[in-house]
Design a protein. Structure first.
Length: 430
């Protein structure tokens, strides 16, 4: 990934204009990219001072950099497409899956993915009003919010794809855009908001297996629950002929899916719709635990907003907002890859302890500050290993126990305000 940032072809692909970065400036394309990856959350002047001093202390003198102004940075970032961070994240994730067959976690041979949507508070400007639209927040004030959709590997904890779009975009619409990142060896999990004939049809046509929580008010679901069966294969169709003509839908052939009954601890019944029709290969008893693995994608939004502070944007233009958003996704993937590399060591050491342990996610991002630079500035494999191992050791020193059977009661009647949530035992790490 580092070699790409410094390559001319890569720079040419992600410069806004051909003439950008052709003159000798204090801030080159690679330096601007690396600076943006350093978890910029404080005043720009303070961040720049720390960045320049860190480069001066780096053993590789060719990376030294003269002080630059906030204005110079703002002008430099304008010349870079936000897509560069999407590309770098894809390179990182692809390397993980291709080089770590023994490390990659799968479920029954499937890569287990989940999609979920959320909203994100954005800076209020004329440009953001035009692109993302205005919305009323919980207090009745006008705000600008974007619609976020993330495709997430829940077992390996990696974001494979992410989109920040206008709030008017539907979650289904954004989810379908992720299909290009999904293959026949993937199993994707959705909540009930995604269930529809058309949505399922897109997956069937693409040959992608799925698990979707079905809506309780559907007649087919009501009949299935009344039958007291644990599982049943059914066919779903698209009704309303007029609706079909209005939407221009041509292929309305029935789709065969399987319904699976899931009973919750308090006696509630949920129904899972899936393309996994083989009852012997995929027993019904597996689906309760399987479906609830999608919870990881919901907790990922807490990680983005409250630990990585993705809503604390460093610029007001749409390009700056998109840059910051996709930078956060990339940094989260770097953190996850380091954690994945540590898991075996942690599990071995945990055998002598009462509880299982995991990396403190909040602190881990704090430890990445400045140290993430060393991962990109290391010219030699040995230097990279030293930088990588330093971060791993810091992560290992600050583990937290995983206590089983703990859950938070969700108060469905409580009105939730959009504020950054910091619990009493968590303080800002970045």
């Amino acid at each position: 990934m580092t070699t790409k940032i410094f390559s001319k072809s890569y720079q040419d692909a992600f410069k806004v204009n051909k003439q950008d970065f052709t003159r000798q400036r204090k801030l080159t394309f690679p330096c601007t990219i690396i600076f943006m990856l350093n978890l910029i959350k404080k005043s720009l002047s303070i961040e720049i001072d720390g960045f320049v001093n860190h480069l001066k202390s780096h053993r590789e003198q060719s990376f030294s950099l003269k002080p630059f102004s906030s204005s110079a940075y703002v002008q430099s970032r304008k010349k870079i497409k936000a897509e560069v961070f999407i590309s770098l994240s894809s390179v990182l994730v692809d390397e993980f899956y291709s080089d770590n067959d023994l490390v990659v976690k799968l479920w029954n041979g499937f890569r287990l993915l989940a999609v979920d949507g959320s909203t994100m508070n954005l800076p209020s400007t004329r440009e953001t009003h035009r692109i993302y639209g205005k919305a009323k927040n919980q207090t009745g004030d006008t705000a600008v919010q974007g619609r976020v959709s993330v495709l997430y590997d829940v077992l390996n904890q990696l974001a494979l794809d992410a989109d920040l779009a206008p709030r008017s975009s539907s979650e289904r619409e954004l989810a379908l855009k992720h299909l290009g990142k999904i293959g026949s060896s993937d199993l994707i999990i959705y909540d009930r908001g995604y269930y529809s004939y058309e949505f399922i049809k897109e997956h069937v046509n693409a040959g992608i297996d799925f698990i979707i929580r079905a809506k309780a008010d559907l007649n087919i679901v009501k009949s299935f629950i009344a039958s007291n069966k644990n599982t049943q294969t059914v066919e779903i169709t698209l009704g309303r002929p007029l609706y079909k003509r209005e939407r221009g839908i041509v292929d309305i052939s029935p789709i065969k899916i399987r319904l699976v009954r899931v009973e919750l601890p308090k006696g509630e019944i949920e129904v899972i719709a899936t393309s996994l029709l083989d009852v012997k290969k995929y027993p019904s008893k597996q689906f309760k635990a399987l479906y609830f693995k999608r919870w990881k994608v919901e907790t990922y939004y807490d990680e983005l907003k409250n630990k990585l502070k993705a809503e604390h944007f460093t610029g007001y233009s749409n390009r700056a907002i998109q840059q910051d958003f996709h930078t956060a996704i990339l940094v989260s993937n770097i953190q996850s890859l380091i954690v994945n590399d540590l898991k075996e060591e942690i599990n071995i050491e945990a055998k002598a302890r009462k509880w299982e342990y995991k990396v403190n996610t909040n602190l881990s991002y704090g430890f990445l500050k400045n140290r993430i630079l060393n991962l990109f500035l290391s010219n030699h494999t040995t230097d990279l290993e030293v930088a990588f191992n330093e971060i791993k050791e810091l992560f290992k020193k600050h583990l937290v126990p995983i206590k089983p059977n703990r859950s938070n009661h969700r108060n469905k009647t409580k009105r939730i305000t959009k504020k950054h949530k910091v619990t009493k035992n968590q303080r800002d790490a970045i």
